[in-house]
Design a protein around this ligand. Structure first.
Ligand code: PEP
Length: 246
């Protein structure tokens, strides 16, 4: 396994009191793997003052640096607040806000312009998996969501089957292995081996302490993007520990 990353997506959860979880994560965060928490935007600046060994990221950004976009946040603003990463193309954004791949490519580019590392999410729905379209969907999303100047430093890819997010359902390790090997091969095809091998590939979808070790043993899995189990340090620290031990 290359550079390991355990990323927590708090989604629309947490007020100031939740930042105490960062203190409780510090021990796990010094074990080798990089640890990232993406809290709600309201908490980013405060989180960076307590983050210690933990990186802080945003959950989304607008493709423009500034302008008349009420309620939106730009990558520049996230960077200014202390973020170093931003998630783009999460399936909840794709579904709730109808975000197409072209917009995700623009957001990825905006993240890079601001000096943030983009975590680009891809993943199939259950209907797409059941109809045998998983690899087609992932290949299309990867090709359309990634600008040509992608590097291992500016981008992380998260494979998140939509049907596994927040459901407790997890693909088999063979299914995860198939998709991750396909993603690596697709990246090699589009961007060459050096770039492709430097890009970290995360698995996301109902990762818990009880399944983390077997998921991190899968080839081409460089870490995880974790939702529900990242909210409490008592749940997230064992996942980070499993990644450190992998
Ligand atoms: C996510 O939202 O990115 C996610 C993986 O959620 P969960 O871990 O709760 O399935």
């Amino acid at each position: 396994m290359r550079r390991k990353l355990a990323a927590g997506n708090w989604k629309m959860n947490g007020t100031t009191a939740a930042l105490a979880e960062l203190d409780a994560l510090q021990g796990a965060a010094t074990g080798g793997a990089e640890v990232l928490i993406c809290p709600p935007a309201t908490l980013i600046a405060a989180a960076t003052t307590k983050a210690g060994a933990i990186a802080v990221g945003g959950q989304d950004c607008h493709p423009d640096a500034s302008g008349a976009h009420t309620g939106d946040i730009s990558a520049t603003m996230l960077k200014d607040a202390g973020a170093t990463y931003v998630i783009v193309g999460h399936s909840e954004r794709r579904a709730d806000h109808g975000e197409p791949d072209t917009l995700i490519a623009a957001k990825t580019h905006a993240a890079w312009q601001a000096g943030l590392t983009a975590i680009v999410c891809v993943g199939e729905t259950l209907e797409q998996r059941d109809s045998g379209k998983t690899l087609d969907v992932i290949g299309t999303q990867l090709a359309a969501s990634l600008p040509d100047t992608v590097t291992g430093a500016n981008t992380v890819i998260a494979y998140e089957p939509v049907w596994a997010i927040g459901t407790g359902k997890v693909p088999t390790t063979d299914q995860i292995a198939d998709v991750h090997a396909f993603m690596r091969a697709t990246l090699v095809h589009h961007f060459g081996a050096d770039t492709a091998n430097a890009i970290r590939l995360l698995y996301g979808g109902s990762v818990k302490a009880s399944n983390a070790t077997e998921i991190f043993a899968v080839g081409d899995v460089d870490g995880a993007l974790v939702g529900g189990a990242s909210l409490k340090a008592t749940d997230f620290a064992p996942i980070v520990d499993a990644l450190n031990a992998s």
